[in-house]
Structures are given as structure tokens and as C-alpha cells.
Design a protein around this ligand. Structure first.
Ligand code: NAP
Ligand code: HSE
Length: 420
């Protein structure tokens, strides 16, 4: 028998306990042993969770329990779970976590501490989709050329409802929270940080890149308005929050931001809480992974799969999938300002003579070539200029946006969305 202790019995933790019980027949058949939850740790012992396991509010009750083989960390946060997980490994326990924020900051230290001990984290990226296993094991023969996709269920759920039903941002965020999709602090979702944490985990497995969230381009969906969504629809685009990792020579670019994607692209059709990730390997070509990216049961499905795997073998592959430096340690992170893309800009301006000429001159001065331009009347006699560019460099776009914002006939900070 394998005994499990769960630290954090909230949305995901409750589902883990229930799945281990409800699917015990197939789980024990697949693991070759029975798996039982011995105890769980919570903050509030008075909350009714409808479970029949022992609950405590002291993590040491689990960490120091010699009968517990596997510690499952589902409490969230960064530094507190780091200490918890470290102690669990030092006490000789295998660890399973769904905590991408923890891994975004401490994955290399944890790999060092874990050594041969099993440390699994399938649920940390894209909820129920087995993307870690696919990348670490299934595609391990390949150089990875790119990883691109929808990695945050909350944002995709929100963008879908805003696009299809015109639901207001705040109302739909509240709904995503009630459904158990959002992080304890939902600014991690809407600010793009959660997707960035996931992208960094994938980038370590694919490229051995040791970067922190502060090192990469991260933008969320907070500035996307109904206006941009309807313009996008009108021109045949969907707006999605994407995580993108791309190898370019010896550099890897990592970025998370809202993107305009042609409606007929597969990724543009992924709606609701679903995630979808494309991975291109040099030998296999393009592979696609699709499924629920958040929610108690979907996430717990991946957590339990890790528990079963550990119960089977007691040992895992190296945590990040490599024993020696990847690609001879040759790959480095591309600086954000060198990233290239096409861009959509919305600039609200005074509707008067000479404005358009000034704007196009500024584009020229920053070496940015306009692909299409359209003017729409807006409030108070102003006009919205909707501009798409040819490929341009991030450094030039940012400099141009600053210059545009400072002009007296530009009424608000220009809106910029990258086109994929
Ligand atoms: P949650 O519902 O907020 O549950 C967190 C649990 O941890 C609660 O039971 C809480 O106790 C407990 N807890 C927090 N701090 C604690 C502490 N210091 N000591 C003891 N217990 C503590 O969160 P969740 O949605 O289940 O997410 C858990 C983890 O899974 C997070 O790392 C999250 O990023 C990750 N994840 C979540 C999803 C999802 O869809 N929800 C998907 C993938 C990954 P109380 O209940 O008493 O407050
Ligand atoms: N808050 C996360 C999301 C949970 O919405 O994708 C899954 O990691």
C-alpha cells in the first residue's frame, strides 16, 4: 500500500481525494498497489470539505509522518511551499505538485535537492493535458523548435465569453473564480504571470533555459477591450492569450501576451477553459495537445497520474528531463527588445487635418512599415486609427508607442496587440 499526505485540500486537493476513492479500482490495477490518502493539511479546520480523511493545520504532521510515502503539495504560493517541499524531499518522501509559481522560481534548486527522488509536476502546466510527459518523454528524441499555445484556462474562458456573449470583464472573472479556474490571486491569471510560469517550466524541459518570470516579456488581458474584440472579429481574427517559446539559432525567445490570430487557425478555435499547445520538434514535426486547462477534477486527474506513476516505480526520470546540460549549454534567452512580430495598434486621436500625416511620419522614423490603416469615428469628435504593421522589432514599437502617447492630439495610451 502507498500512503499519501496532501498539503492543501482546496479545489484541486478535494478532487484528488475523491478521484483516489471513486476510481480506486482502476487506480490500484494500474499502480499494482492500493493508494490511500492518510491525511491532509489545511488552514481552516472548521470548513466542511465533505471528506472522510484526517485533517490537520500543521504541515509537520504530514512531513514527519514516517508512514507517508508521497507528499502532494497543493497549497499554492512560492516560498512557503518551497520550504515544505524541500523538507518533504529531505525526509525521503516523493513529491507531487501542481504549483507552477513554485517551479517558475525554484525548479532548478528542487531538481538538485530531489536528485533520484521522484518529483513530479504534470498538473502544473495546462491542467489535465499530459504536456510535461509528452515533452519530457514522448518528444525526447527531438530538438524542440517551438512551443506555442493557450496555457491559461481562466483567460481563455474570459476571452471566449467576452467575444461570443459580450460579457463584461469583471463579471466573467468572478465566474471563472467561482468555477475554481482562477488562482488564489487572479491577477496572476489576467496579468499573464500564470501562463508565464507554465512557459518557463516547458522552456526548461525543452531547452534547459534557466530563466525567471522577471526575465521574459509578460503581458495579460487587462487592457483588451470590447472595442478591440469587435475590431478583431470584423477583420477575421480572434484574440487569445498565448505563451510562445521559439528557438532562433542559439537564442530562445519566451513571451506571453494577448495575440490576434486568424479565425481559421486551429488555436483560434480553442474556446472556454480549454488549453491547446502546439510543439514542433525537428524530427516529429508539429504535434498538438488539447484539453481542459483548469478546474478541480481535470487538474487532479494529472496529479493522480503522477501518484500512480510513482507508486508503480518509486522513481522518476530526472525532474526536468535531462542529466547533462541541454544542447551543450549553448542556448541563451533572447532579449525582449529583439523580438519580432506584426502588430495591431489602436490610437485614439483628434479628428483634424494633419494628424494622419504626423502619425505616418512617426511610423517611418521608427522604421515601422504599415500594412493596413483604417479610421473609425469615436466619442467626442475623436477618431480611432486602427493600424496593422508588417514585421517590426519590439524595441522600435515600444519607442514609437511612447512617442505617440506624448502627442497632444493622442487622447489615450495607444493599445497594441501582437499579431501571430
Ligand atoms: P485552493 O482552492 O486555494 O486550495 C489551497 C489549499 O491549500 C486550501 O485547502 C488551503 O486551506 C490550503 N493552504 C493554503 N496555505 C496553507 C498553509 N499555509 N498551511 C496549510 N494549508 C494551506 O487552490 P487550488 O485551486 O486547489 O490550487 C492549488 C494549487 O494547484 C496551486 O498551486 C494552483 O496554482 C495549482 N493549480 C490549480 C488549478 C486549478 O484549476 N484550480 C490548476 C492547476 C494547478 P484552506 O482551505 O483552509 O484555506
Ligand atoms: N489558474 C490556472 C488557469 C489554473 O486558469 O489556467 C490552471 O493552471
Amino acid at each position: 500500500m502507498v500512503k499519501v499526505g496532501i498539503i492543501g485540500v482546496g479545489t484541486v486537493g478535494v478532487s484528488v481525494v475523491n478521484i483516489l476513492k471513486e476510481n480506486a479500482d482502476v487506480i490500484s490495477a494500474r499502480a499494482g498497489r492500493d493508494i490511500v490518502v492518510k491525511s491532509g493539511v489545511v488552514r481552516n479546520l472548521n470548513k466542511d470539505r465533505g471528506l472522510d480523511i484526517i485533517l490537520t493545520d500543521n504541515v509537520d504532521d504530514v512531513l514527519n509522518d514516517e508512514e507517508i510515502d508521497i507528499v502532494v503539495e497543493l497549497m499554492g504560493g512560492v516560498e512557503e511551499p518551497f520550504l515544505v517541499v524541500k523538507k518533504a524531499l529531505q525526509n525521503g518522501k516523493a513529491v507531487v505538485t501542481a504549483n507552477k509559481a513554485l517551479l517558475a522560481y525554484h525548479r532548478y534548486e528542487l531538481q538538485e535537492i530531489a536528485k533520484d527522488k521522484a518529483f513530479e509536476f504534470e498538473a502544473s502546466v495546462a491542467g489535465g493535458i499530459p504536456i510535461i510527459t509528452a515533452l519530457r518523454d514522448g518528444l525526447s528524441a527531438n530538438h524542440i523548435e517551438s512551443i506555442m499555445g493557450i496555457m491559461n484556462g481562466t483567460c481563455n474562458y474570459m476571452m471566449t465569453k467576452m467575444t461570443n456573449e459580450g460579457v463584461a470583464y469583471d463579471a466573467i472573472l468572478k465566474e471563472a473564480q467561482e468555477l475554481g479556474y482562477a488562482e488564489a490571486d487572479p491577477t496572476f491569471d489576467v496579468g499573464g504571470y500564470d501562463a508565464a510560469h507554465k512557459l518557463l517550466i516547458l522552456a526548461s524541459i525543452a531547452y534547459g533555459i534557466d530563466a525567471k518570470p522577471e526575465d521574459i516579456l509578460i503581458e495579460g488581458i487587462e487592457n483588451v477591450t470590447q472595442e478591440d474584440i469587435s475590431f478583431a472579429k470584423e477583420f477575421g481574427y480572434a484574440i487569445k492569450l498565448l505563451g510562445i517559446a521559439k528557438k532562433d539559432g542559439n537564442e530562445v525567445e519566451l513571451r506571453v501576451h494577448a495575440c490576434l490570430i486568424k479565425q481559421d487557425e486551429m488555436i483560434a478555435k480553442i474556446d472556454g477553459v480549454m488549453n491547446g499547445i502546439s510543439v514542433v520538434g525537428d524530427k516529429v514535426g508539429e504535434t498538438l495537445y488539447y484539453g481542459p486547462g483548469a478546474g478541480g477534477d481535470a487538474t487532479a486527474s494529472a496529479v493522480v497520474a503522477n501518484i500512480i506513476d510513482i507508486a508503480r516505480s518509486g522513481k522518476s526520470t530526472p525532474m526536468l528531463g535531462f542529466n547533462r546540460p541541454m544542447e551543450g549549454d549553448a542556448l541563451t534567452l533572447k532579449s525582449t527588445e529583439k523580438i519580432e512580430s506584426k502588430y495591431y495598434l489602436r490610437v485614439n486621436v483628434s479628428d483634424r487635418a494633419g494628424v494622419l500625416a504626423r502619425i505616418t511620419k512617426i511610423f517611418e522614423e521608427h522604421n515601422i512599415s504599415v500594412e493596413t490603416m483604417l479610421q473609425r469615428q469615436a466619442d467626442n469628435g475623436s477618431a480611432n486609427l486602427l493600424i496593422s504593421t508588417h514585421m517590426a522589432v519590439e524595441r522600435d514599437i515600444q519607442a514609437m508607442m511612447q512617442e505617440l502617447e506624448a502627442l497632444d492630439f493622442v487622447h489615450a495610451k495607444p493599445v497594441m496587440i501582437r499579431i501571430v
